[in-house]
Design a protein around this ligand. Structure first.
Ligand SMILES: [Zn+2]
Length: 513
């Protein structure tokens, strides 16, 4: 990255309590904040000037839990959600017109309801037989493909209902269930397409004021980031899935100066609330099941040790209260078993999601220095699920304030593409915490706005000792300008706030000013 010099003029900066101070200018040199001018400033040389027009500046955001390359692919694929058949065909035709022959056109979101019927391969063949077209239904149980794709299937392997054909053996409809799964398994995405997807995702994140991420990746994605070279400006920190840790180590050994950094290894202790697979201390309401557990307790401690020996942080996925407790137990054992000489990992370990926490476990985060890496925006979908599956235990969910008050460090993320990457939506749920009817949900766990902002700015940088995340002299100049003063608007309007400009290391990477 080229370290830029910039003069950011006419800007207002909030203090820890949200009180604003107007500055005539902020001088940025070699990518870092060099000086604040509260009075008209003498002539200073700067390669570039940006007039903030009195708007509020904040440190740029860090998304501490995203699946970034996956998110990029979603952005590039066709979205047919809610479209009529005619509108869908039009959208597909447009995409085909700009796609090189012999490439895949993929995406989905169509429904029989919106189409009025099940579409056919012939409809897609009319658009192209020189591309591979495979489009999932919204519920993922069917795939609408052209015959170029369906020809790869062997009809005798499927029931008639899975791959309906007429007497001449022509495909009559779409592929269902196993045939759909098989058809989608042929989809290949070229390295160029994957890299273009990452670039597109970067643009989206800059628009949202996000300059830094911790992304959950397989080692296979690392060369795609690397190939982008300096085009990748976003600060990309990687949590690698444990299964591909060895491959990732080899990659980083061979590319010591690459544009991403390996920070953590990610492993799973349970599933999710939506699929009723998170691991709970007691069964779900009215059921015998209490979710599923991965790894034995002994294996878990051994795996934690292995990750720590690599000098990496442990990022452990735990959603149910039993999974969170098992993670904390394992961290406790890890601490107890490490020799007095061993300082352990340089970076603190995290529990990803930490969604359901039993009363007796809340203070253990702070006690053992375990970071709670949470995604407030998941509250939107989880309120109804929690009511049905957890009953009164729903009060154990998203314990922002309890954790914060006990001295734990919170870092926030989005879990894109599962949820929206928009930080203001996350802030809304951390602070307002209400359901779709506007009813506040366990209001005692709401955070103050200032504290929620810290979880997207200062905290995720402080835990890795990075000199950024605050608007102070000497800090790397990752700064955003906002459409509103978030400390004065009604909290209900938070989710509508826009980012007007994003500055990364002193370089303006996005601006509508
Ligand atoms: Zn995730």
């Amino acid at each position: 990255m080229t370290a830029a010099s910039l003069l950011l003029c006419n800007v207002r900066i909030p203090d820890a309590n949200g009180k604003l101070t107007p500055y005539c200018a902020v001088q940025i040199e070699a990518g870092k904040i060099a000086r604040f001018f509260s009075e008209p400033y003498p002539k200073v040389s700067a390669a570039q000037r940006l007039d903030a027009k009195g708007h509020l500046a904040l440190p740029a955001f860090c998304d501490s839990h995203t699946h970034f390359s996956e998110y990029g692919l979603r952005l590039t694929q066709l979205d047919l959600s809610g479209l009529s058949l005619q509108a869908a065909l039009e959208r597909i035709r447009k995409r085909v017109a700009t796609a090189p022959k012999e490439t895949w056109i993929t995406g989905g979101g169509w429904t029989r309801q919106a189409f009025g019927l099940f579409p056919t391969a012939a409809m897609l063949d009319e658009i192209s037989t020189e591309h591979f077209i495979a489009l999932r239904s919204a519920d993922w149980h069917a795939a609408w493909c052209n015959s170029r794709v369906l020809q790869k299937l062997h009809p005798h392997e499927f029931a008639e209902a899975e791959l309906p054909c007429d007497e001449q053996g022509r495909f009559k409809s779409v592929a269902f269930e196993r045939a759909a799964k098989k058809a989608m398994s042929f989809v290949t995405i070229s390295a160029q397409e994957r890299q273009a997807a990452i670039k597109l995702a970067q643009e989206e994140f800059f628009k949202l004021g996000i300059t830094e991420i911790l992304t959950m990746e397989e080692s296979a994605a690392l060369p795609d980031y690397h190939a982008l070279g300096e085009t990748l400006k976003l600060r990309v920190r990687v949590a690698i899935y444990l299964e591909s840790l060895d491959a990732a180590k080899k990659f980083y050994a061979a590319h010591p100066n690459t544009n991403t950094s390996l920070e953590a290894a990610k492993l799973f202790l349970d599933g999710s609330l939506g699929s009723e697979t998170c691991s709970m201390l007691e069964p779900f309401e009215g059921q015998r099941s209490s979710g599923i557990d991965f790894y034995s307790d002994a294996d878990l401690v051994a795996l934690f040790k292995l990750v720590e020996r690599e000098g990496l942080a442990i990022s452990v996925h735990a959603i149910g209260d039993r999974a969170v407790r098992r993670a904390l137990n394992a961290f406790e054992k890890l601490r107890a078993q490490s020799s007095p000489q061993a300082t352990g990992a340089a970076l603190p370990h995290r529990i990803e999601h930490a969604q359901t926490i039993h009363d007796s476990d809340v203070t253990r985060f702070a006690k053992h220095g375990i970071i709670a890496s949470m995604q407030p925006v998941h509250i939107r979908a989880d309120i109804a699920l929690a009511r049905r599956l957890l009953g009164a235990r729903a009060e154990r969910l998203y314990r922002f304030n309890s954790l914060q008050s006990s001295g734990a460090t919170l870092i926030f993320g989005s879990d894109t593409p599962v949820e929206s990457p928009n930080v203001f939506e996350g802030l809304f749920y951390a602070i307002v915490r209400c359901d779709e009817q506007g009813q506040v949900w366990y209001g005692h766990e709401r955070l103050r706005l200032q504290d929620a902002v810290l979880a997207y700015t200062v905290n995720p940088r402080r835990i890795i000792h990075a000199p950024r995340g605050a608007l102070e002299v000497g800090c790397e100049a990752d700064i955003i300008l906002l459409s509103e003063n978030i400390f004065q608007i009604p909290l209900q309007n938070l989710a509508q706030v826009q980012v007007l400009a994003t500055i990364l290391g002193g370089e303006v990477v996005y601006s509508v000013l």
